[in-house]
Design a protein around this ligand. Structure first.
Ligand SMILES: Cc1ncc(COP(=O)(O)O)c(C=O)c1O
Length: 428
């Protein structure tokens, strides 16, 4: 029994866990730039809390040689340091004698996990006490329905949608079942390569909310600032699934921010909703229990059995992001990664092309095409041989897409651009 271990202390009083209590205490943070060169980590014991010194084997901007660089759009790559932490406590979470998957969601151990995840997320995004953080299920897709059901009094209420890509298009189609959405701008005719100028938008003066998708995962367009609804009572709602926690965001500008976890902050199965408290408790009568924010807010996201393991993983990711110095630092790394990739595309003399208007190019999802489209299959095949996988563009748009979320190391993007230059030299 780990009577003297830090974890046993936590278990005696799990609610004492705060965002200041690091679960990575024995792991050097990734901000420390003195890591030795990358090498395969030694096998880890899983029985104690102190076996993580070998985390220093993972260079801050790289990963172990037995892992691929995974450019998938989601589920996506996770920080190796987080995976190894989870691995080390998979069978016996901090002396509890069980895995997080086996715990009662109402027990003190799991409560400490969800409370810490929540408070770390609040710290990361500076979420004020006017807001509630919810850990839900059903993916961001379920929120496409939950939002009109909770924010509209009846199916006659009008709402505004900006359609900047496939995801906001799906959101508006779902909303049509529960209210009267107006598409006040659509980028469809320009193949979703732009974000509109907000001043020119004709917002509806009766609209209950204005919905945007902050980052279109398939088309690679990202809002660099946000529209302010002209009607003061109108609420700004954002789907941040694919750029959640990739940069600082002023939460106070939004009524609701929601995100599926599986791109930037955890495994699939967890959906995070950050909602202003005054918007809770007004759901339409037909709203299913599980879509009513009040039920979840009143029960601390524990009304029914939540996705416990996924929430635990999100918590580890939040802590890792804090260890990196928070979202200001995380954004700097994301800008650097995106810069070298877009530069390679732009300087290829047309061999590679980015369809997206420069000012709104996503830091997270970088779609690109090859001038000689017949080479695309070869590109993907060769990249895969070099352990760079999931570079195929979404089936609806084709071409290539490199998703370079928070957890994609700089080394992964450097390897990709080196490969792209070499591929061009051989096939250009
Ligand atoms: C921006 C965006 N919104 C919504 C979704 C749907 O998310 P889920 O599959 O979690 O329902 C996705 C999924 O890729 C997405 O990228």
């Amino acid at each position: 029994m780990a009577a003297a271990s830090p974890h046993s202390v936590l278990l005696q009083n799990p609610t004492n866990l705060t965002s200041k209590t690091s679960i990575f205490t024995s792991i050097p943070t990734r901000n420390a730039h003195h890591f030795p060169p990358i090498r395969s980590p030694k096998p880890l014991s899983i029985t104690s809390s102190t076996q993580l010194q070998d985390r220093s084997a993972i260079a801050p901007s790289a990963q172990s040689s037995d892992r691929v660089f995974n450019f998938a759009a989601g589920p996506a790559t996770l920080p190796e340091i987080v995976l190894r932490k989870a691995e080390s406590e998979l069978v016996n979470w901090r002396g509890s004698g069980m895995s997080v998957m086996e715990m009662s969601h109402r027990g003190k151990e799991f409560r400490s996990i969800i409370e810490k995840a929540e408070s770390d997320l609040q710290s990361l995004l500076s979420v004020s006490s006017d807001y509630v953080v919810l850990f839900l299920q059903g993916g961001a897709t379920t929120q496409f329905a939950a939002i009109p059901l909770n924010l509209c009094e009846s199916g006659d209420d009008e709402v505004d949608y900006l359609v900047t890509g496939s995801w906001s298009d799906k959101a508006v189609k779902e909303a049509q079942k529960f209210c009267k959405p107006n598409v006040i701008w659509s980028g469809k005719s320009e193949k979703y390569t732009k974000i509109p100028d907000f001043d020119s938008l004709e917002q509806n003066s009766n609209a209950k909310y204005l919905h945007i998708c902050a980052n279109e995962t398939i088309h690679g367009v990202e809002f660099k600032n946000y529209p302010v609804p002209k009607n003061k009572a109108e609420i700004l709602v954002a789907d941040m699934s694919s750029n959640f926690c990739s940069k600082p965001v002023d939460v106070s500008k939004f009524g609701i921010i929601y995100a599926g976890a599986q791109k930037n902050v955890g495994p699939s199965g967890v959906t995070i909703v950050i909602i202003r408290k005054d918007l809770i408790g007004k759901a339409q009568g037909i709203t299913p229990l599980m879509l009513d924010y009040k039920i979840h807010a009143d029960n601390g996201s524990l009304y029914n059995t939540p996705p416990c393991y996924g929430i635990y993983m999100c918590g580890l990711v939040f802590e890792d992001l804090l260890n990196q110095g928070g979202l200001v630092e995380v954004e700097k790394k994301n800008i650097r990664k995106a810069q070298i990739l877009y530069e390679t595309i732009d300087k290829s003399g047309g061999f590679y092309r980015s369809p997206v208007e420069k000012s709104v190019r996503s830091l997270m999802n970088v779609p690109f095409t090859l001038e000689k489209s017949e080479l695309e299959e070869e590109f993907i095949k060769e990249a895969s041989k070099e352990k760079m996988v999931q570079l195929k563009g979404h089936r609806s748009v084709g071409g290539m897409r490199a998703s370079i979320y928070n957890a994609m190391p700089l080394a992964g993007v450097e390897k990709l651009v080196a490969f792209m230059k070499d591929f061009q030299a051989r096939h250009g």
